[in-house]
Ligand binder design. Sequence first.
Ligand code: MSP
Length: 516
Amino acid sequence: MSGAGTFYVTTPIYYVNDKPHIGHAYTTLACDVLARFKRQDGFDVKFLTGTDEHGQKVEKSAEAAGMEPKALADMNSANFRELARILGCSNDDFIRTTEPRHTQACQALWNTLVERGEIYLGHYEGWYSVRDEAFYAEDELITLPGGKKQAPTGAPVEWVKEPSYFFKLSAWQDRLLAWYDANPDCVAPASRRNEVMSFVKGGLQDLSVSRTSFKWGIPVPGDEAHVMYVWLDALTNYITALGYPDTQGDFARYWPSALHMVGKDIVRFHAVYWPALLMAAGLEPPRRVFAHGWWTNEGQKISKSVGNVIDPLTLIETYGLDQVRFFMLREVPFGNDGDYSHRAMVGRMNSELANDYGNLVQRVLSMIGKNCAGAVPQAGEASDDDRVMLGAAHGLLERLRESLDKQLFHEALEAIWLVVRAANGYVDHQAPWTLKKTDPARMNSVLWVLAETIRSLALATLPFMPSASGRILDQLAIPEEERTYAAFGPAYALKPGTALPVPQGVFPRFVEEAAP
Ligand code: MSP
């Protein structure tokens, strides 16, 4: 390790009541890019994903499928594990909330909260949505024309009346507000932070944290008529995976750097309940929660009843993994909602990958192959244009750090594409094919500057498109140990005379099948 620090990044854990869809793939991919970037930048990284397997929603789905909840969880958890693999994810752990290590962590957290006087036994009477696994206050509900009530998310709600343990959330209002104030970056983007703060300022109710009307959950220690509320169970996964209740070891090492990446619908759980629970247990809240937006499909809300759910595996089969990874993080400013469409996907794939980046690499490497005896050419004295080009390429890493530390993937990719476009402009302007006849030494310089620019670009795109970028680095004969950011910049610049393999295209165009 270079001593750059530690980095802990997590996806939400996914409910096992259903198959993986584009929303799951999105967060997982975003986390993977961050994990890869930080590892390449010398950080000691832990990247966690997994599945959320308890609660009424999973129990009901299992019942509907005529299965035991654990059997349904085993089946669907395996699908999420497989999705991570197919997405090329570099997760270091995959947690399941049905694992013994997790029961142990949840019960330890529960006992700590009880010991600290943060949990008491009472009676819950109010609205609950099984689909959202969330309690709602009367004034949050929408009343439909017939008088029926609905959650603000559109999910059905039911009236629940049962004994319940409560977490004294109401006592944490001021301390939460003080935490947001003291840590301006702890919830992002700013719109979500404002939303969370105004929710907390509006006053907090104690949170019901156990249920007695079903069984599929982690038993409350000492009162087995109750199972823990599934969100208390689920949130705890982030510390289970660090070895909690042991707060030495991985917990001490990674927890201070925790970044939870979530969708905008679950920000309240992560930025209100979770930090309050942690503080109540005497632990630090996470360092940051980033909430991204939601995808629509060809302009329409994605829903099972409409039948327009996007299967990430189909996308990958159709367009290719690197292309899908690129599209999802390039198309939409991270944090905003975005629309998936075949047209937008093909547009990015053909214009930015095949035309801009792919052609740059292909034409430069084939000119080197043909005119420089298949080896890195020797550069002469640098011109002003060369210095500008190399300055932009070598300056990229700093730009990426700035953007990715704020999870602004689209900004990072835009910075990379500015260099891709500048390099294409440089090729056209320098016209090495003309120099070949008039000034071969200058042609060599130009091709060296371009090859070095491509090396920087491939290192920059490696976290986003590991496979294609790796193949570009192969074509530049970059050894494995020089594929880190310690090798970014002039100190590791390409060495003239290095033999290069025969170039091959890495970004195919998408060609529409002709209509029958
Ligand atoms: N199990 C909880 C999370 C517990 S974390 C301690 C959960 N699971 S989920 O499977 O329903 O959803 C996981 C994620 O998918 C959420 O972050 C949600 O925002 C995201 N998405 C679901 N549909 C989506 C889109 N259409 N677009 C983008 N993300 C979406 O919630």
